[in-house]
Design a protein around this ligand. Structure first.
Ligand code: FUB
Length: 322
């Protein structure tokens, strides 16, 4: 499959996290709705109320929608905005990690648990202690350790924190200072808490200099994803207001990571977000755009494209528009 394919006609979904469980592809997307809330830089118009889980036997085949897996009204601490989630598997249980705003309008990351990959998921009473911001991506390394990558600027509130502490006046750094990084944290054995203080994901250029806050074409904005290829760690992310999916390569889950280039050029719609898997000897990029909704940035549709590597391990850029 070389061409891009839309996955679902009936519902608007976005932010696909993707995993292979029990030889099937499972997709954990955000479920977009038309909330009627006007569009703003805070992302208030993304007022999602629930999650569905999707699965596929292969990218060529029809998607199964397993229906509602978690609803905001069942999450005791969450008030609004179920944004990008991810799922990890350990010892026969599946853990859904999701961001939502609490009753103080602060994004936290929560966990919900199921015995099966399609849910339904039972949420814990409180968010993960020490969690903040959005877009959790959980990566299992070959030694069985799980790491969460998280963070997002602007509406994702990452600029309100330094050294994992909320600050009085949350602003992005000066243009020539290092960019605000995505965060990484190892999960505890029970998968329900952080096992350490979150650390910074440093992305450097070819000279070893950190990407700066003013470098909007390359700096991290949101949508962290981690995959491994030929023993190297590929950290990919959205550049937000320049609408690219970029990637950087490192030697371990914590980095540092060296910037490499663009995986997906800008799509129709403001946001861009992705998940990457290897399935039956091919690599796939799952992503979204707003073409089917006529460009409404808060009503996005899921897509999948085959992703290819060059001989040196770099990724061939995919055109977001074709
Ligand atoms: O879906 C809401 C937000 O839009 C996600 O959390 C971001 O990554 C962006 O895709």
């Amino acid at each position: 499959m070389k061409n891009k394919k839309y996955l679902l006609d009936e519902l608007y979904m976005a932010d696909p996290s993707v995993h292979v469980f029990n030889d099937k592809i499972y997709i954990y997307p955000s479920h977009d709705i038309d909330s009627g809330i006007p569009e703003n830089d805070n992302g208030d118009h993304f007022d999602m109320q629930d999650y569905h889980v999707l699965s596929m036997d292969s990218v060529e085949e029809k998607v199964t929608d397993h229906g509602v897996a978690l609803v905001i009204k069942d999450i005791p601490w969450a008030n609004r905005q179920l944004w990008d989630c991810d799922v990890a598997h350990k010892n026969g249980k599946y853990y859904l990690y999701f961001p939502a705003k609490d009753y103080l309008d602060v994004f936290r990351i929560g966990v919900a648990v199921s015995n099966q990959p399609q849910g339904p998921f039972e949420p814990l009473e409180t968010p993960i202690a020490g969690s903040y911001s959005i877009d959790p991506c959980v990566f299992e390394d070959d030694d069985g350790k799980h790491y969460m990558y998280f963070g997002g600027l602007w509406g994702g509130q990452l600029q309100r924190y330094r050294n994992n502490k909320a600050i009085e006046c949350g602003q992005e750094p000066e243009d020539n200072s290092p960019a605000l990084p995505s965060k990484i944290v190892r999960l505890s054995n029970n998968m329900l808490s952080f096992d350490e203080e979150p650390k910074e994901i440093i992305i450097v250029d070819a000279n070893g200099d950190p990407i700066t806050a003013g470098d909007h074409n390359r700096r991290f904005f949101e949508a962290s994803w981690m995959h491994k290829y030929q023993g190297k760690y590929y950290f990919s992310y959205s550049t937000g207001n320049t609408h690219r999916i970029c990637y950087a390569i490192g030697d371990n889950p914590y980095g540092p990571f060296t910037y490499q280039g663009v995986i997906l050029t800008p799509v129709v719609g403001w946001t861009t977000h992705h998940g990457i898997i290897s399935f039956k000897d091919k690599w796939y990029l799952f992503h979204h755009d707003s073409v089917p909704s006529g460009g409404k940035t808060w009503l996005r549709s899921l897509k999948v494209s085959e992703m290819e590597y060059n001989a040196d391990g770099t990724i061939k850029t995919i055109d977001g528009i074709d």
